[in-house]
Every structure is written in structure tokens, then in C-alpha cells.
Design a protein around this ligand. Sequence first.
Ligand code: EPU
Length: 420
Amino acid sequence: MDSLLIKGGVPLHGEVQISGAKNAVLPIMAATLLTAEPCVIHRVPDLSDVKFMGKILNSLGAEVSFEGDTLTVCARRIKGHGDYELIRKMRGSICILGPLLARLRKAEVSQPGGCVIGTRPIDLHLKGLRALGAKIEIEAGYIRARAARLAGTEIFLGGRAGPTVLGTANIMTAAVLAEGVTIIESAACEPEVMDLAQFLNAMGAKIQGAGSPTITITGVKELHGAEHEVIPDRIEAATFALAAAVTGGEITIHGAKPEHLNAVIDKLREAGVKLERRGAALLVKRGSRLQPVDVTTLPYAGFPTDVQAQMMTLMCLTPGISIITERIFESRFSHVAELGRLGADISIEGPSAIVKGGKRLSGAPVMASDLRASAALVLAGLAAKGTTQVNRIYHLDRGYEKIDDKLRKLGGRIERIKET
Ligand code: EPU
């Protein structure tokens, strides 16, 4: 497995271009299964999760081709079986369930299982599909769904931790081909849900209200091929903003949508980071003094759980006590022990991490355990004195396009060590 060798202590300076959003493109790719006509998707990030979703679509019978950052999928004839060996490797692949059920009226998809950040149930996905008329059984590790007819209805999709992003995607993609009107209440409001709705509408769907807690979908008989450009990755943009902050540098972020980053920008300003809009770009630099802050992760438009780990790295460098409360996933603190190896002082109390910050971090070998935890360790390595080796970076390659190249262009001393 590849690792990253980082010589820390260099403030990052320069410009960075943000790629297309991983969490937008995955459900959009799944939605191409809804039509037999070709779909063309632009600004597709070069990520292992995206390639993997391509493999899944391929295994279902779709033709998939990449050219630069453009992806073409043609799902002329497909089958409805999502195999365990593929699905288990990427939790996001659950979003094929809605499109398969809508197009074929039956689907058999392996249960995705949990992952390092929590158990990640899919009860809300199944509740929503059942409400649309699907009969669903769980058997031998597979979700077996069939529906002679899907019919629009009102569905309340709020759960224990609030709305569900991929659950909303699954219900939306099933309801577009249902008879009548579906109203999803307590829908996820994430920009990625809006992007999916835009793509579906370009395919001929009739969806209103995406981006708000109430989404209204009027079913249509069939969808056609469409062309779409994926939104920029707000989590990648936030990660680069934090790279400027933790290294004490100055980075101009191009291609992000600052309006998707309001909660992050607000917290960073409170923490003493300067962020300014320069036309379409966002200029980020550390102010004269960092301030401790308290952060609670929440569904959009709150502070994103996907930036919690990276924010913790900044807290480690901030004199005083900062608190992060994780309200979305029950065990998303696997970076805490590894940050401790770099000298951070963090304790966990229930859903909160208490960070006693302000000590200089010093480089050490660390182990990446999930995507955003890996990003937090890379940021810590860039800020630390000495050399940090981040092992198991395949997690990072799942969600950050060429992160080492982008950081190197900003002056980061970062090198990929290929496993021989
Ligand atoms: N939940 C349920 N029941 C369900 C579904 C979810 O209780 O049926 C709970 C989850 O256990 C969690 C909360 O609801 O406590 C929110 O989970 P959600 O379903 O929104 O997560 P997801 O859709 O599976 C997506 C992203 C995650 C991101 C979350 C939250 C993709 C491919 N994944 O996951 O991204 O953290 O939304 O914003 O879109 C990442 O990129 O690193 C990542 C993990």
C-alpha cells in the first residue's frame, strides 16, 4: 500500500483548483441506470471511488467510458444484481438500489455493511422504498426488492441523526418513475442532493424543492439521456482552506462555491482564519492569532461531519481548549489516536472530543483509517516539525483527486512512496 512522506513546517502558498464533488458524482452515476440512452457527465474527479462506481455500473451491464474528466455511461440493457464482492467495498454504492428498482421493478443488491465511522444502517432507505410500494426482503446478506408498480406518496425520511443523504437520493431516483406525486419530508438539503435533482430534471424528471427539507417529485413514464456538470467538491475546498490555516500560508481556492461553505467559513473566521472572496475565488490565510472554538457537526447547512477531522487538526495547533461534537456518525474519531502520535492532546467524552491545543506537533509514522481522518493526518503532517509518514493512503485516493500533486504545487514537501 502506498504511503505519503511529508516534511512539515512549510507554509503553503499559491493557487489550487477544486475538482468535482465525489459525493455528488456517485449518486449521479447511479442515476444513469434510469435510462437506456447515453448520459454525459462533466467535471468527474479522478478518484478510486469513481472508478469503482464505474466498475459497478459495468457489472450491471452498462457501457462506461472516461475521457479526461468526462464520463459517458450508456445503460442500454442492464441487470438488477449488485454483487457483494463489489458493493461491500464502497458504502456509497447503495445508491444503485433506487434506480435499479425504478427501471427494472426489481433489484437485488448486497447490503453494504458498516464502516469505520459507524454502523451506517439503511432502514430509512428501505422505509422510503416500501412506502413507494416495493416489497423488500433481506435474505442471505442481500436486499431483494420488487415492485409491480411504484406509486407516489408522502414519505417522512428523518431519522435518529436527522435526514439521510443517500437515502434521499435513493427515494428520489425511485420516485421519478413512480406513478403520481411523491413528497419527501425531512429530506437531506445537501448541495449534492440538489445536484442529483438537477441531473434527473435534465433527464426529464419533475423534481421541485431539492435543497430544502420538502422535495416534490411528479413521476414520469420514462427518462432520457442528459449532459451534466458536477458541482465542485465543498469538502475538498474546506480541506485546502484548512491547509492554508494549519501551515500559516496563503492559498487562493479556485472553482469552489463559497455559498456551499458558509458554516465552514464562519467557523474558520471565528477561529482566526482570514477568508475573502476575490471574484469567483476564495483567498484563505491564517490571521495573527488562532482562537479556540467549539464545533458541532450537523446536517447541511450546519458544519459538515466530513470536515470534522480536518478541523480538529487546526484545533490541535490553537492555544486553549476547543471542543468538537460529532452528531452525525457515532464513531468518527479514529484520527484522534493518530493525531496523538504527533503530540496532540485530545480526549474523548461521549460524542465530543476535547482538544487542548497549542503545542507544536512533531512528525511520526501514522496510519490512515478512513478518508477524512487521512486528510486530517496529512494536514497535521504539513504543520508538524520533522517528517510524517501517512500509511494506507488508499483511503485518501478514494476522495481527493491528486492531493499530493496539488499540495506539492502549493510548496508542500510531500512525496508518494509506492509500495514495491
Ligand atoms: N442513517 C440512519 N438510517 C439510514 C441512513 C442513515 O439511521 O437509513 C443515519 C446514519 O447512521 C448517520 C446519519 O443517518 O448517523 C446520516 O447518514 P447519511 O445517510 O446522511 O450518510 P450517507 O448518505 O451514507 C453521505 C456521504 C458521507 C457523509 C454523509 C453525511 C456519500 C457517498 N457519502 O453518506 O460522506 O459523511 O452523507 O453528510 O455521499 C465522506 O465523503 O467521507 C463520507 C463519509
